[in-house]
Design a protein around this ligand. Structure first.
Ligand code: AMP
Ligand code: GLY
Length: 424
């Protein structure tokens, strides 16, 4: 079986590595991939923002299965185009991906299907938003409707901040593009949890849960990022809570999508807040989370390629899932300046030495390889990952490996998993 993975970050490195472990897979291609992914897949250049260019790669490579990593190709309709051509592709159609690409759409969908989520108002103008604001307690959450690379959510402590957020989104001052729709939401408190399910359009099967660390700074301070680390343990969710979330949230969403004739095939990422009133949905994503996937997939013992293919062929209920008991952790090494602008092209030292630490896998998020030298190529550079019998053990291996890696301006958080460790 030949598999093509679209994307070029840590998530795609973890996907390629997991797919390659399948005894049925003899060829993995990644478009565009990156310097590190080249060690597990053949990388081919592509413009991920251009569906025609992606289709060109698909027709040249003729994979048996294509797996779409990032949200942009989904939003641009890559899956729709491939389905029209009768090609096997893992990922939702543009319409199904609206669960991620429009927050207003997702909130209305959840309301129609009584999926627990924060109270909200969808506003089409600044004036409408100002009026709706009166109905909410403080703090209040103001969200851009569309994709905003994690920059579209503002938690406002007072009314003035909320008014500024509303104005900034509608004028375009905040995101560089004027929003047509803004969602105002009740502020929820609790632990966040990333609950990902695979779906063949009918059935939802959960992956092991994970927790992301979105802020740049230790103790969850500073700017929001794409994610600075993630961990996964058996203790995060017991069987009953997993069943509850499946029944009231994930399977309900998959059933709702099928009933509305927009079946969801792919991975549905349920970003949850574990509130005092029970789990509630903060957001849906229509793709694998990053860095969560880097923590989740090393725990997978069953065949990932088989599971992805079963989703596309509508036979997920026959598929077996097995997971390594215990824990895993992924810590992101980023460039100085991230999430703002960063220097790139800096040589990375110590990768081979770090990979010697037992249980460690190093995923590359933004690197290039030239003349045998890995160099930085983005904000998030590496995801150093390990599995272990306990979270302490996994983190011990990760930080030991991290200590052997260096590049100019390397930054990483030393407190990944701190909430779980404090509780234990
Ligand atoms: P989202 O992109 O919608 O997941 O929002 C990004 C982050 O904002 C989440 O991971 C939460 O930390 C926070 N957030 C979003 N919605 C809410 C809410 N209703 N209450 C509290 N925090 C929220
Ligand atoms: N780690 C959060 C996300 O992938 O959206």
């Amino acid at each position: 079986m030949k598999v093509l993975v679209v994307g070029g970050g840590g998530r795609e490195h973890a996907l390629c590595a997991a797919i390659r472990r399948s005894p049925r897979v003899n060829d993995v291609v990644c478009a565009p991939g990156n310097g590190g992914i080249a060690s597990v897949a053949r990388c081919v250049a592509v413009n991920q923002k251009d569906v025609d260019d992606l289709l060109r790669v698909v027709s040249a490579e003729k994979p048996d299965l294509t797996v779409v990593g990032p949200e942009l190709p989904l939003a641009l309709g890559l899956v729709d185009e491939m389905q029209l051509r009768g090609l096997a592709v893992f990922g939702p159609t543009r319409e199904a991906a609206l669960l991620e690409t429009s927050k207003a759409h997702a909130k209305r969908f959840m309301q129609r299907h009584t999926i627990p989520t924060a109270n909200y108002a969808v506003c089409e103008s600044r004036q409408e938003a100002q009026e709706a604001l009166e109905m909410f307690h403080l703090p209040v959450v103001i969200k851009a409707d569309g994709l905003a690379s994690g920059k579209g959510v503002l938690i406002c402590e007072n009314k003035q901040a909320a008014e500024q957020a509303i104005a900034g989104l509608f004028t375009g001052e905040l995101l560089g593009m004027a929003e047509k729709t803004v969602v105002i939401e009740e502020h929820l408190t609790g632990e966040e949890l990333s609950f990902l399910v695979l779906s063949d359009g009918k059935r939802a099967v959960p992956l092991v849960p994970a927790q992301d660390h979105k802020r740049i700074g230790e103790g969850d301070t500073g700017l929001n990022t794409g994610g600075m680390g993630a961990y996964s343990t058996d203790a995060m969710l017991d069987v009953q809570m997993t069943e509850w979330i499946l029944h009231h949230i994930a399977q309900k969403a998959i059933d709702g999508m099928a009933a509305e004739e927009t079946p969801f095939v792919g991975v549905l990422y349920c970003g949850l807040m574990m509130t005092a009133k029970g789990p509630m949905v903060l957001e849906f994503n229509a793709r694998f989370g990053d860095p969560e996937t880097q923590a989740i997939l090393p725990r997978m013992e069953s065949d990932m390629a088989e599971a992805l293919e079963a989703c596309v062929e509508g036979r997920l209920s026959e598929t077996e899932f097995r997971w390594k008991p215990g824990a895993s952790a992924c810590v992101v090494a980023a460039s100085r300046g991230y999430p703002g602008t960063c220097d790139v092209w800096l040589p990375i030292a110590g990768l081979e030495d770090a990979a010697q630490v037992p249980g460690v896998e190093i995923f590359h998020a933004g690197t290039t390889l030239e003349g045998g030298q890995y160099r930085t190529a983005g904000g998030r550079v590496l995801g150093v990952t390990a599995t272990g019998a306990t979270l302490e053990e996994a983190l011990g291996s990760v930080y030991e490996a991290m200590g052997r890696i260096s590049f100019d301006g390397m930054v990483y958080r030393r407190d990944i998993g701190h909430r779980a460790l404090k509780k234990a």
